[in-house]
Design a protein around this ligand. Structure first.
Ligand code: TLP
Length: 350
């Protein structure tokens, strides 16, 4: 199977498995797991923050990030296709008691002007704005990347109003490669950042929440409350440490493969995608002109050995990662051509 459903599907590398086998462990709820302690120190340094917390999932990292920045009864401003809004089971509401104030955006990238207009002035009728959340890279907009200037304008503007910013940086290492700047510079304007070890970096599980020491100390209690006190999870942290050192260098290849996929997809009749906009490892493409439902295309692809998910009634999403190479991408393109050929016929010539 060629699995392009997500970069979450990567399997641990031999170096990760060796590190997991050899990991020194202890009870992390007592802060006695040396491997987790090392991972948290290293992750904080990479993010350029005072402290970091190892959490089982990105969802838990975002949940705790929002919780430590807000109070019950506030609003969290984010774009309308944010992961925290659409894919986290309303945790901002359930755990933090906050409403999401969603701003529609073409590419998942907000501007300060848009954010500013969504911030509520103090008023007896309004829920105060508690935090701003930005997604770097933006998953459902196709791996789009916040330019540093836009990010700084949002964070500076928010801070001037006493509002803090959480970065859902699940794929911030992809952003770092695309922008050619280190993760700590991308994270610097935000107060807290969550990033995943288990996506393009390839660790089997785990994410990091990094930020000021006092907030991370509170976050540690929330992690326990959410059931994330994982005891001897140094076994997982060991793979995370390998992921942090070895995997970022591989991401440029994933990005080139995504661009290759997008260029090939654009040549398939009935498929619409702007390959010039593919900056990282996610390709979202519109198949509505094929006359075949994305879910049906997904089913046909599966029969041809390719896994690709529909994300709505027009589009599918392909995500590249180190377990798919250029040859796999070429095979996936052939399978897609065949899957839609019956309905639209003929190949596009340009
Ligand atoms: N994204 C998953 C699915 O949930 C959609 C994927 O396959 O892309 N932030 C962002 C931007 C994410 O893309 C994800 C996972 C998360 C947070 C949550 O991470 P996990 O799955 O570890 O809870």
């Amino acid at each position: 199977m060629i699995d392009l459903r997500s970069d979450t599907v990567t399997r641990p590398t031999p170096a990760m498995r060796k590190a997991m086998f050899e990991a020194e462990v202890g009870d992390d709820v007592y802060r006695e797991d040396p491997t987790i302690n090392r991972l948290e120190e290293r992750a904080a340094a990479i993010a350029g923050k005072e402290a970091a917390l190892f959490v089982p999932t990105g969802t838990m990292g975002n949940t705790i990030g929002i919780k430590v920045l807000t109070e019950h009864g506030q609003e969290v401003v984010c774009d309308s296709r944010a992961h925290i809004l659409d894919y986290e089971l309303a945790m901002a509401a359930w755990f933090s008691g906050c409403l999401i104030r969603a701003i529609p955006s073409a590419e998942g990238i907000l501007t300060w002007d848009e954010v500013r207009r969504s911030i509520k002035p103090l008023n007896p009728n309004y829920a105060p704005t508690g935090a701003i959340a930005v997604e770097q890279t933006h998953n459902m907009a196709g791996g789009t990347v916040y330019p540093m200037r836009t990010l700084c304008e949002i964070c500076d503007g928010a801070h001037e109003r006493g509002i803090r910013v959480h970065m859902d940086g699940a794929r911030v290492f992809n952003a770092s490669v695309a922008l050619g700047i280190p993760v700590h510079e991308i994270a610097a304007p935000a107060d807290t950042i969550m990033f995943c070890l288990s996506k393009g970096l390839g660790a089997p599980a785990g994410s990091i929440l990094a930020g000021p020491a006092d907030l991370i100390a509170r976050g540690r209690l929330y992690r326990k409350r959410l059931g994330g006190g994982m005891r001897q999870a140094g076994i997982l942290a060991a793979a995370g440490l390998v992921a942090l050192e070895e995997s970022p260098a591989k991401l440029a290849t994933d990005h080139a493969n995504a661009r290759f996929l997008a260029e090939g997809l654009a040549r398939i009749p009935g498929v619409q995608v702007d390959s010039t906009k593919v900056a990282t490892n996610i390709v979202i493409f519109d198949v509505s002109s094929t006359g075949i439902a994305p879910s049906e295309i997904s089913a046909r692809l599966k029969q041809r050995g390719v896994l690709l998910n529909a994300i709505n009634d027009r589009c599918l999403r392909a995500v590249t990662h180190y377990d798919v190479d250029r040859a796999h991408c070429a095979l996936a393109l052939d399978a897609l051509s065949e899957s839609v050929a019956a309905s639209v016929g003929g190949a596009k010539t340009s």
